[in-house]
Design a protein. Structure first.
Length: 206
């Protein structure tokens, strides 16, 4: 049996060169587990619902490959999205009058849901089902009025898809910014100090 004496060091006792080696070796120390969970939880419970979508699941991949991105599945949309859409409608260069806006709000129902498709996880990987339904509402029914209401269906679908895409891009940006922050050298060093590891002379954690 041999007894070997091994000299150990704290991080701040290492040479500059060895510190750099330790930092590089532990570049993923802050992102090796479920670092993203609190971000996804906030988005699925707060951020996405506040923008009108009833999110059920988030998918993402990152951050350097083709096809990287973020998307979410949803099981419904809020009525407020119809209000928001109506405010964007222009006839020529003029917005709808308050009366015409109310005609749409009183006589149209909207619904939508979206599911993940394909192998990637960006905003283009959502299969949307979007419905614009004209009701026989509080105005006297006429074919002209019905066709006028139906004429906005395609614009609403475009509006909803664009809003969805924007949310996905914001979600991905939030994840990427958090990842970049957690992998900054300053954050890595702070974690290494906090773990109070002992190191061998060549920078291996003992």
């Amino acid at each position: 049996m041999k007894t070997v004496e091994l000299k150990l060091y704290k991080f701040d006792e290492l040479s500059k060169e060895v510190k750099e080696k330790v930092i590089e070796k532990n570049r993923d120390i802050n992102v090796c587990d479920d670092w993203h969970e609190f971000i996804l939880e906030d988005w699925i419970n707060e951020e996405i619902p506040s923008k009108g979508f009833e999110a059920t699941k988030i998918y993402y991949s990152g951050f350097w490959s083709q096809g990287d991105g973020a998307m979410f599945e949803y099981d419904g949309i809020a009525y407020e999205l119809l209000n928001e859409f109506v405010d964007t409608i222009l006839i020529g260069n003029e917005p709808l009058s308050p009366m015409r806006k109310q005609w749409i709000l009183n006589n149209v129902s909207v619904s939508a849901w979206g599911k993940h498709r394909g192998l990637y996880n960006h905003e283009g990987c959502c299969s949307h089902s979007i419905y614009w339904e004209v009701n026989n509402g509080d105005l006297h029914y006429s074919a002209t009025f019905y066709q006028w209401l139906v004429s906005f269906a395609d614009d609403f679908e475009w509006f909803l898809r664009e809003k969805y895409n924007s949310i996905c891009q914001d979600l991905y940006r939030s994840l990427e910014e958090s990842y970049d922050y957690l992998t900054e050298e300053r954050q890595i060093v702070e974690t290494l100090y906090g773990q109070d590891y002992d190191y061998t002379e060549d920078g291996n954690i003992y």
